[in-house]
Design a protein around this ligand. Structure first.
Ligand code: SDX
Length: 436
């Protein structure tokens, strides 16, 4: 970060001493005002619940330009990565800062492939859940449980341990998600096969049975791989900030990633793809496209509490570039499966068209986000709705790890410990219970 020639001056109308605050410039994007000395010098905190105007860290990993609708992983536009690379290349890029050459890629893919199995004991964690447990409840438990198995890679301050834990988590998430699915439908777990691609292996662990050979469809394999790329990282979103804060205490990588899984589950965040699909099915059940107008009135009525799930974003005030790529993938997969006339896809496109012309959405700069079409693609592939967010977590694991690694690798990092504006009761004495 480069000190700017411009300084910020903070002055107070009551004549308290003013303060000069340094400003830093990044390589691109908004400058930051360094307030680290503010409390020490003024006895005052800043106040920013929801962190709308707060940069929590400096990072080299992902850049989002919300106005342009631009997303870069280590400087590469998401459109180019989604077209020219696969997910494991993208993982290598996010973790190491550069795209791999062929031998680097072969080595990385080889290491990930060799870690796809989980300890046989992991099955007994699943047996403790009800069969109808939500996959995100199961995944939160399973990922946290990994810290009980890999004592040789739980020292977050050891760079080697962090490297090994990264490979293990990237490699094992597809196996764990597929196990959660198989457990929910009462089918036997399918072991990974080392001669399949990362996405192909996942599809086979999800949909194969011991009774017959499972043939991976190249179109679905490519679609799955692209879904993973589009979800891999996204700057300091809620779950990534959770992983950073959790990891800042020095806890092990598996526990920090489990915290990220738990945060992603929320419908305002990664849970929106499941909520969006449920919303589309609800409108379809009400009568489909003919009912869109009525639904939109509810969305615009503040008291209804109804939101157009998959729309809106804290950073994007333009089209989420991932939503465009997801819509393209939708077209490809539905065409491949002969589902071009999928009613939910038609309904989603109608909703998008109406919303983008409606003043309520235009004024608030609400556009489709990554979750708007991802559910339709996953449903077409045969993935059950409750598993959508688990797949989001599978893909985002590499982003969480890269961000955690960047934080721990920064010698200046400290445990995160925000303060507050206290508005509660001032000091008072406890009255004996007879006098309360
Ligand atoms: C993800 O941060 C990330 O990067 C997240 C993510 C990632 O990759 O990690 O991109 C993944 O989480 C995508 C977002 C998925 N969530 C949804 O699709 C849920 C629906 N969207 C919203 O709930 C909302 O848009 C948020 C949570 C995404 C963003 O909320 P903000 O930035 O806090 O904005 P807000 O709630 O203050 O909304 C601003 C206005 C409000 O109206 P007014 O008070 O100004 O009148 O826009 C309205 C909101 O009511 N609004 C919506 C809306 N989203 C915002 N109204 C209807 N439908 C919506 N979807």
């Amino acid at each position: 970060m480069t000190p700017s020639d411009v300084k910020a001056t903070l002055s107070f109308s009551d004549g308290s001493p003013s303060m000069e605050l340094p400003i830093y410039k990044g390589s691109v994007g908004p400058d930051v005002i360094d307030i680290r000395k503010l409390y020490g010098q003024t006895g005052k905190f800043t106040y920013d619940p929801g962190f709308l105007s707060t940069a929590s860290c400096n990072s080299k990993i992902t850049y989002i330009d919300g106005d342009k609708g631009e997303l870069l992983y280590r400087g590469y536009p998401i459109e180019q990565l989604a077209t020219n690379c696969d997910f494991l290349e993208t993982c290598y890029l996010l973790l190491n800062g550069e795209l791999p050459n062929q031998s680097e890629k072969d080595d990385f893919v080889g290491r990930v492939t060799k870690h796809t199995m989980v300890n046989e004991q992991m099955q007994f964690f699943l047996r403790g859940f009800r069969r109808d447990a939500h996959p995100m409840a199961v995944l939160t438990g399973l990922v946290g449980a990994l810290s009980a198995f890999y004592h040789d890679s739980t020292d977050i301050n050891n760079p080697e341990h962090r490297k090994v834990a990264a490979i293990r988590l990237i490699a094992k998430m597809p196996t764990l998600v597929a196990m959660a699915y198989k457990y929910s439908i009462g089918q036997p777990f399918i072991y990974p096969k080392n001669d399949l691609s990362y996405a192909g292996n996942f599809l086979r662990m999800m949909f194969a049975t011991p009774c017959e050979e499972y043939k991976v469809s190249p179109v679905l394999e490519r679609a799955m791989d692209r879904i993973f790329i589009l979800h891999a990282d996204h700057e300091q979103n809620a779950s990534t900030s959770t992983v950073r804060l959790c990891g800042s205490s020095g806890t092990n990588p598996f526990a920090a990633i489990a915290a990220g899984v738990a945060c992603l589950w929320g419908p305002a965040h990664g849970g929106a793809n499941e909520a969006c699909l449920n919303m589309l099915e609800e409108i379809q059940a009400m009568g489909g496209i003919s009912k869109v107008g009525e639904f939109m009135e509810k969305v615009k009525d503040k008291n209804s509490g109804v939101r157009l799930m998959g729309f809106g974003h804290r950073v994007y005030k333009n089209y989420d570039p991932r939503a465009k790529l997801m819509q393209e993938t939708c077209n490809e997969v539905l065409a491949e499966l002969g589902l071009e006339n999928d009613p939910l896809f038609a309904l989603a496109k109608k909703l998008e068209q109406i919303a983008l012309e409606d003043d309520y959405f235009v004024q608030r700069k609400l556009y489709p986000n990554v979750d708007f079409y991802s559910g339709i693609v996953q449903r077409a592939i045969g993935i059950p709705v409750p598993l959508f967010t688990a797949i989001f977590a599978l893909a985002r694991t590499v982003g969480w790890i890269a961000q955690l690694d960047e934080m721990i690798g920064d010698p200046e990092y400290k445990i995160g410990r925000p303060r507050q504006l206290f508005v509660g009761a001032e000091k008072r004495d406890v009255a004996p219970i007879g006098k309360r």
